[in-house]
Design a protein around this ligand. Sequence first.
Ligand code: IPM
Ligand code: MN
Length: 363
Amino acid sequence: MASSYSLVLLPGDGIGPEVVATATDLLDALSQASGVTFRTVTERAGGDAIDHDGTPLSDRALAACKDADAVLLGAVGGAAWDHHTGPMRPESGLLQLRKELGVFANLRPVAVPDALAAASPLREEAVRGTDLLVVRELTGGIYFGEPRGREGVGDAEVAWNTMRYSRAEVARLARVAFTRARRRRGKVTSVDKANVLVVSQLWRDVVREVHEAEFSDIALEHMYVDNAAMQLVLNPRQFDVIVTGNLFGDILSDAAATLGGSLGLLPSASVGGPVGLFEPVHGSAPDLAGKDAANPIAALLSAGMMLDELGEPRLGEAVRHGVEAALQAGLRTGDLWREGLTRVGTQALATRIRGEAVAWLSR
Ligand code: IPM
Ligand code: MN
């Protein structure tokens, strides 16, 4: 008996709905080819939810997510809601969702396929063969730390956030990173700012202890975040798994996205709770919305990661083959197009990827 999974789709804002639609088309096609079925419900999130429900994540949407086997999200945010503050920001809904689902580990793989190495803004010989995984802490750190606040007026006005980690939060994330490294090339780089921040000193101690006690077969190195940003650009091939806190991971994963030439390529999986959350790393890109111009690859690969985590790795593999084949064939959306390649829209690229994925599955 083929399996069946219940999914919540949160298309969100900007290009979110378009790229999520390409992912559901892909899931439909994989379903027909494999017999695995997906039951989907769509809920509002982000600015769209603010406009309709008066909150970026309604109780109903949250309950549906908690009830599902997985959640696939597009993107949230946009200029229309930029003047909102606090819990009425679209981003607050996403942060609340991550927290409520308990998905403390955000996995962001960055691989540069050969077909894209030449198009990288960095030197081809530096990026070719890059294959790394950022494991970003997602439900703690300065994003959530208390106290936080803003008060006073004039020159005396002040605002503050707190970067705070417990031993338990660091240890459970380190275990995810080491475990992933075991399935990869066996190396973990822990990124912190231990030369300045006391929170990073605890981070480093705990990573070291978990390594010694449980993962001494893995190679571990520590790197300051400023150096890591430079090393990512200079010599990305040195990295296998990068494990780091919420804020550093946010910044470093965008930097890593430049290696393949576009943020539109990067998928993510947020795991650690009973329900996984899968979302492209890119934002809502309002300037591209509704123009059939967005790159669907990040969303499609996010669906692929979802299939892996659901326990359907062959379907996940089919998605990655589909992407690879479409890139090999020279199809590119505007973000990656250059002379000699075929410029296509969101739909055309997604359709080709879908066809290639199904062909691989049925070969
Ligand atoms: C990301 C995004 C989010 C983050 C925003 C939209 C809250 O930049 O997923 O990287 O900072 O985590
Ligand atoms: Mn980000």
